[in-house]
Design a protein around this ligand. Structure first.
Ligand code: SF4
Ligand code: SF4
Length: 163
């Protein structure tokens, strides 16, 4: 699943074991130093992990489809916005449009996204490892670290530096 040979295959187990240490780091670590380190660590993690070998986010979770996303994607698919909504989306408890079901219907068998260039903003930003959301939404970051090897890799590198 992971390209790097240096990263052990049991990372999911280690991610669960590290939850307490990760929480401590995110809550009490040196905020400014962590934020300054993120761009490089984010790049390192994307160089180590191939999303096409994973797709855990697209298989198990839904992005929000904001109005500009809906407009852009409907145009790309050459269907009406209402049709896109009716076919694929539903409103969640926060009144956001999300997928009716997972895996995402735009995910191919090869784990490629069929609307990649027009994908929702949430998909572009996930897993937020180069954003301050990493520190602002700690429960989300911790959850992501249990299924997203990029998030886990970034947190592990932060822990080694600042933990
Ligand atoms: S879960 Fe993380 S590593 Fe896996 S495809 Fe999504 S962003 Fe990439
Ligand atoms: S739109 Fe593309 S990137 Fe976003 S969840 Fe679906 S398959 Fe994944």
């Amino acid at each position: 699943m992971l390209r790097t040979k240096t990263m052990k295959q049991d990372w999911k187990k280690r991610a669960v074991e590290q939850q307490k240490a990760f929480r401590k780091l995110l809550e009490k670590g040196p905020k400014n130093k962590i934020l300054a380190a993120l761009p490089q660590l984010h790049e390192n993690a994307f160089a180590q992990v191939n999303c096409l070998d994973c797709a855990a986010c697209c298989k198990n979770y839904s992005p929000r489809f904001k109005q500009p996303d809906i407009k852009r994607i409907a145009k790309y698919l050459r269907i009406k916005e209402g049709e896109l909504v009716a076919r694929y989306l539903r409103l969640d408890e926060d009144n956001d449009y999300v997928l009716q079901s997972e895996p995402c219907p735009f995910l191919g068998a090869d784990n490629a996204c069929s609307i990649y260039d027009e994908r929702p903003s949430d998909c572009r930003r996930f897993p937020y490892t180069d954003e301050d959301i990493l520190l602002k939404r700690i429960p989300l970051t911790l959850k992501n670290s249990t299924f997203c090897p990029i998030t886990y890799t970034v947190l592990e590198q932060l822990r080694e530096r600042f933990g």
